[in-house]
Design a binder for this molecule. Structure first.
Ligand SMILES: O=C(O)CCC(=O)C(=O)O
Ligand SMILES: [Fe+2]
Length: 386
């Protein structure tokens, strides 16, 4: 039931060193494949001031690269930033399990092929300029950064589903143009692109054609502050990777999207346009892995009709789908936001997760029945002593 994104999760930092000489064997011959030798240092160069990698297209987190930089060999510390980033990413790749590593190397080559051949149409979209992207009310709420400022601009029509005005009309149109431009290039170049996930035959992954940095900023600066307040229990404050894509419905496109949960902790779904009818989102309660197929309660039923510029924010485990787009063309921007910290913590979770509606119902039912049993005992004891 869970959709799998094509992007692999970013790993944790490897332990910096092993072996007698304190070296982590890894290196690169310039063809993207990791071979033996050069090494990291066992003792970091404490006085070295690392670069900021935030604005680069990366396969690992920018923070991770900045932390690793002081372990680079002395001779590399003054190298250009790009060179250091490539070296460190190759080392990190080596620490992925073999299957993931092969997948990551293939994906890197795939992205490089696109980036070096595709000519963007609206280049300004690739760096996030908040005043050009967001409506003023949204921007103000994020700048104020309080729960009250968020509540002033959003509604919660059903528990755990937040709706608000987010994107400017011009930005939506410009992004639609860019997507169309990309698709035309894909067709002309006969390039075989990877679709966003197993359920879509159309649509495109935004990180694959240059939007990685822009989406980093969107998640870190705008979605994480909201998620920290509304989705803290599923790692909302530690979102650290994403899978961003567009889905397209209508004639000659996908028709609808089946009932599913996302491979995300928090999902942002924004309608970009164009004109359409149908295509309502339907939500049916949040479920953990154990309860994903359980019945829906009447209070969990919520259907929503999207309009261009509007955003819906929900937990990835909130079960949902999209009804058929019956006319026109519907295009939505999706950002599946993930937290590696939350995923790691979940592996050790022994009791029920508080965010699963079914677990909560079961817990309440257990409490109710244990209270009833105790009341029964008290009643019987009372009867026998009178
Ligand atoms: O069509 C939509 O708006 C929903 C898309 C969605 O849920 C997804 O791609 O995960
Ligand atoms: Fe979804």
């Amino acid at each position: 039931m869970s959709l799998q994104g094509s992007k692999y999760d970013r790993p944790e930092a490897p332990s910096p060193a092993t072996g007698g000489n304190g070296a982590v064997a890894a290196g690169n011959k310039g063809n993207g494949t990791v071979l033996s030798s050069p090494s990291l240092r066992l003792n970091p160069s404490q006085e070295h001031k690392p670069y900021d990698y935030e604005d680069m297209q990366l396969e690992f987190s920018a923070v991770l690269l900045s932390s690793l930089e002081k372990y680079l060999p002395h001779t590399m510390l003054r190298d250009p930033r790009d060179q250091k980033a490539k070296f460190m990413q190759d080392i990190l790749l080596k620490y992925l399990p073999p299957r993931e590593r092969n997948r990551a190397i293939k994906h890197r080559e795939y992205r490089q092929k696109i980036i070096s051949n595709y000519q963007p149409r609206n280049r300004e979209l690739y760096t996030l300029n908040p005043t050009a992207v967001f409506v003023p009310s949204f921007l103000k709420a994020i700048n104020d950064n309080t729960e009250q400022s968020f509540r002033n601009i959003l509604s919660e029509p059903s528990p755990g589903i937040f709706v608000f005005e987010m994107l400017q009309k011009d930005f939506c149109e410009s992004l639609l143009e860019e997507i169309e431009n990309f698709e035309n290039w894909v067709t002309e170049a006969k390039f075989r692109i990877m679709r966003p996930n197993t359920m879509n035959r159309y649509g495109a992954v935004l990180e694959d054609f240059g939007f990685e940095t822009m989406l980093d900023k969107l998640m870190e600066g705008f979605i994480r502050p909201l998620s920290r307040v509304f989705f803290a229990e599923v790692g909302g404050s530690t979102l650290d990777s994403h899978h961003g894509f567009v889905v397209e419905y209508g004639q000659d496109r996908d028709v609808d999207l089946g009932f599913h949960v996302d491979d995300s902790e928090v999902t942002l779904n924004v309608c970009l346009g164009k004109q359409f009818s149908g295509g309502e989102l339907f939500f049916r309660g949040t479920r953990c892995e154990n309860h994903v197929n359980t019945d829906t309660q009447s209070e969990e039923i919520f259907d929503y009709s999207h309009a261009p510029g509007q955003a819906v924010l929900h937990r990835g485990r909130h079960r949902h789908g999209a009804r058929a787009t019956t006319s026109g063309h519907r295009v939505n921007l999706l950002l599946w936001c993930r937290s590696s910290v939350f995923r790691e913590m979940k592996r050790y979770q022994t009791d029920f997760p508080s965010w699963c509606d079914e677990c909560n119902r079961e817990k309440k039912e257990r409490q109710r029945s244990s209270l009833a049993t105790r009341m029964d005992i008290f009643r019987k004891v009372g009867e026998s002593t009178t």
